[in-house]
Design a binder for this molecule. Structure first.
Ligand code: BGC
Length: 812
């Protein structure tokens, strides 16, 4: 069952009923000002950091699940009837029709009731720290209409964590100011004097409200605000309690007439040595923001900003465009997967309907993986991100697991000890180098832990990443896992003094001898990449050292990491094997099957193919590949969090979608295009649109998790949007199945297609040139015709920037 459809032409997902199984959301903003918006206008906005600079308030895990947002109310002043065109927060008021169009960084929600149509376009203009709401109201009646329009937002007192907990203070700190129809939210301005928010309206006001209780009325909710019911704002000024912003505008519409009302919500920051607004002044000086507000309240400006936003996406998506025999593939590659990659890159794991914006900053391993799906669109931003990440690395090569985007400092709450983290930096940098060819990047001076004076070339950071692993090998010569590897929940250094009793401290969580076969595979992959990079820098000695280290680790994996038909997962604190036929549960895990093969382990001796057969036999389901089998039926202290989940959810045998593309890639490495593509289609959100009642999450983006076969809700997705799933699926389909793969020496065309395909077409931007690629035939690559000239093998030598190159890839 569907709740909407794709409008491929417009690159929009059109939701045609508001009661989607879960809030189906979108993101506003592309750079510093961001927001999330659901299909019923729920959500919130923030500047850079969803925890520390939250503009509007949002209550997670509410009932209904999604309540609070950018709501507009329409009131028929003749009858007193009122409703919200976004359905929420007035779901009792039936709409005659409803449509939400989620586009690329904008959302349009519209509906009609009683002959009045209202549609709101929400977006954040490029380069500004504000968002606009353009409301269009049309009178479709035969008679004229006297209407009222109310805007509404609830201000957050900036630090979202504090805002949600510290009421003894916060009920007294809220401050606003209203001048010339603009509502200014200036809590925190007294002591910091550096930032404030504004909420403005293009029309003369009939009134306004800034105190929530005055607007809603005592003991009332957003479903029936007293001011709306009465048709009159109260001009309240908030002193403490809950500052809000609401404008009241009256509209008189002739039959058939349309009126446009624009609202602008924005963030402003004053320079530290502000002459306009020196410390001590209690009134905001609005001279700096006023012209900006005026500009964005103008209709032509709003239209122009919208067109600029669309052009921005045209350009970004122009990085790769494909035409294949499969519509779901085209749609995801050309639009939605690429879009999700950008959003995930911007948000890391901080802000979605499942991530509160408070808990997590930017992840070290996460961000390095996110850029894999994004680097071809805007390499400069990947570059900048890599430098930020590397600057949080510690001198011993270790990594803070997360950092805060506002301060760019490593986050001490979570700390370090996830022993896979440093290796992902090598993969992130390698991806950047392959895409751009810009090896001077390696000479950028980057500090350790942001300590001034500790700067070394970026290349040195990569060396230390490898060394970090080599300095931490366990009893079998495999890398120590520390607190966890990629699988945050596999905590193998936990132990109990008294068997059966939970006992776990941070020291023993990272200090034990548990080892990870997954990190071993990742190490092999990273060491090989660094070897090539060293070679290209002319450091031949080092190249050989890294190759030898990779080879040695491969040997160790074959010796201690092979279980007879698949790769083992780990050894725990007590030296017991995990992910082996010897275990009663958790016999086979997906991660090492993917990562060891990606590292090239087992490709020559058949182990890789054997491991992948085991995945197909034991882990694959129609909804994707589960993380391990059999699921853990009870909690096990020696394994940690993984067994805290009920069977089939999350890391305990859920379909943890992030890992599936590793298997797709591995399948292409052993030449199995059918299996690779089959796995790809099982997860492809567009291909799952028909089962939206089961899948429940948005059909236009990947979710982190789909309930596994042991779960009562097998096939149900959760945690949509922010997941390494986005980048890795994009890499799997574009670089390995379609085979358009940037490499250090140029662009490779090496498709491993499903049988029955007779080729496909693609346009790829690469190092400033445009490649028009046409792949013909089936089987593996035989030769290329590059502008008509035959090239044996799969590598297109880099062309001059600005040129357009015709490539025919002949498969045989
Ligand atoms: C984290 C990832 C981690 C994955 C598996 C996600 O929630 O963001 O860093 O690899 O879970 O545990």
């Amino acid at each position: 069952m569907r709740y909407g459809h794709f409008d491929d032409e417009q690159r929009e997902y059109v939701i045609d009923r508001p009661d989607t199984p879960l809030p189906w959301i979108n993101y506003l903003g592309t750079d510093a000002y961001y927001g999330i918006v659901s299909n019923t206008a729920g959500g919130y906005s923030f500047y850079r950091d969803a925890r520390l600079r939250r503009l509007t308030r949002y209550r997670y895990n509410n009932a209904p699940l999604d309540l609070g947002g950018r709501y507009v109310y329409v009131r028929d002043d003749a009858t007193g009837d009122y409703w919200s065109p976004s359905w929420q927060p007035t779901p009792e008021r039936e709409l005659d029709d409803y449509e939400c169009r989620h586009g690329l960084s904008y959302t349009r929600i519209g509906s009609a009731r009683g002959g009045i149509r209202a549609e709101t376009l929400y977006y954040a203009p490029l380069g500004e720290t504000l968002e606009v709401w353009r409301v269009r109201v049309t009178n479709e009646r035969e008679t004229s209409a006297e209407l009222s329009l109310f805007s509404s937002i609830e201000f957050c007192l900036w630090d979202a964590q504090d805002d949600a907990t510290n009421y003894q203070r916060n009920f007294s700190t809220g401050q606003v100011e209203v001048a010339d129809g603009v509502i200014y939210h200036k809590t925190e301005y007294r002591e910091r004097r550096d930032h404030f928010a504004y909420f403005a309206c293009s029309e003369p006001l009939s009134g306004f409200d800034t105190q929530r209780e005055a607007f809603l009325g005592p003991y009332r909710g957003w479903d029936r605000p007293a001011a709306v019911e009465n048709g009159a704002a109260t001009n309240s000024i908030a002193h403490g309690w809950q500052p809000i912003g609401s404008h009241h505008v009256r509209l008189s519409l002739a039959p058939g007439a349309t009126r446009e009302v624009i609202f602008v919500l924005g963030y402003a920051e004053n320079p530290k040595d502000d002459k306009f607004d020196p410390p001590g002044s209690q009134t905001l000086n609005k001279t700096r923001v006023r012209p900006l507000i005026e500009r964005w309240l103008r209709s032509e400006q709003v239209q122009m900003g919208y067109e600029d936003l669309r052009a921005y996406w045209d350009d970004l998506l122009g990085g790769l465009n494909v035409r294949t025999p499969d519509g779901d593939t085209d749609r995801m590659v050309n639009v939605w997967n690429a879009y999700q990659n950008l959003v995930t890159f911007n948000m890391s794991r901080s802000t979605s309907f499942y991530e509160s914006g408070i808990g997590r900053g930017m992840g070290f391993r996460d961000s390095n993986q996110d850029l894999l799906g994004f680097v071809h669109m805007v390499p400069e931003r990947a570059r900048e991100r890599i430098l930020d990440i590397a600057a949080t690395q510690k001198a011993d090569g270790g990594a803070y697991h997360q950092y805060q985007p506002l301060t760019k400092r490593g986050n001490n709450d979570i700390g370090d000890g996830f022993n896979d983290d440093p290796l992902w930096l090598i993969l992130g940098v390698a991806a950047y180098l392959k895409e751009t060819g810009d090896h001077t990047f390696l000479d950028e001076q980057v500090p350790f832990d942001n300590v001034p004076g500790s700067e070394v070339p970026l290349y040195e950071h990569l060396r230390r990443s490898l060394k970090y692993t080599l300095d931490r090998l366990g009893p079998h010569g495999l890398p120590l896992i520390g607190r966890a590897d990629w699988n945050d929940c596999l905590n193998l250094n936990c132990f109990s003094d008294t068997p059966g009793e939970p006992f776990q401290t941070t020291e023993n969580a990272s200090g034990g001898v548990a080892e990870s076969v997954f990190i071993a595979g990742l190490f092999v992959l990273a060491a090989k990449e660094l070897a090539v990079i060293a070679g290209l820098r002319g450091q031949d000695g080092e190249e050989a050292v890294y190759r030898a280290a990779a080879e040695k680790m491969s040997g160790t994996i074959s010796e201690h990491g092979w279980d007879g038909a698949w790769f083992r997962r780990a050894y725990d604190f007590h030296g017991n094997v995990i992910g082996s036929g010897e275990n009663d549960e958790g016999q086979i895990f997906i991660e090492p099957q993917g990562m060891c093969v990606l590292g090239g382990v087992g490709l020559d001796d058949g182990l890789a193919a054997r491991a992948l057969d085991s995945v197909a036999e034991r882990l694959a389901t129609p909804h994707g590949i589960v993380l391990q089998q059999p699921a853990y039926s009870s909690y096990r202290i020696e394994l940690g969090e993984i067994s805290s989940y009920p069977p089939g959810y999350k890391e305990n045998a859920g379909i943890f979608c992030h890992t599936n593309p590793w298997i797709m890639i591995a399948e292409t490495m052993v030449g199995n295009g059918d299996r690779a593509f089959d796995y790809y289609k099982r997860l492809n959100p567009s291909a799952r649109e028909e089962i939206s009642e089961t899948h429940r999450c948005e059909p236009y983006v990947y979710a982190q998790m789909i309930a596994g076969r042991d779960a009562p809700t097998h096939g149900e997705a959760k945690n949509s949007w922010l997941s390494g799933t986005a980048a890795w699926n994009y890499v799997a389909i574009t670089q390995w199945i379609l085979g358009i793969r940037p490499d250090f020496a140029g662009l490779r065309i090496d498709p491993v297609l499903p049988s029955g395909w007779e080729g496909f077409e693609a346009v790829r931007r690469f190092r400033g040139a445009t490649y028009e690629i046409s792949v013909r035939g089936s089987g593996r690559i035989d030769h290329l015709l590059v502008d008509g000239t035959r090239v044996d093998g799969d590598l297109i030598p880099p062309a001059a920037p600005g040129s357009v190159v015709r490539v025919e890839a002949i498969l045989a």
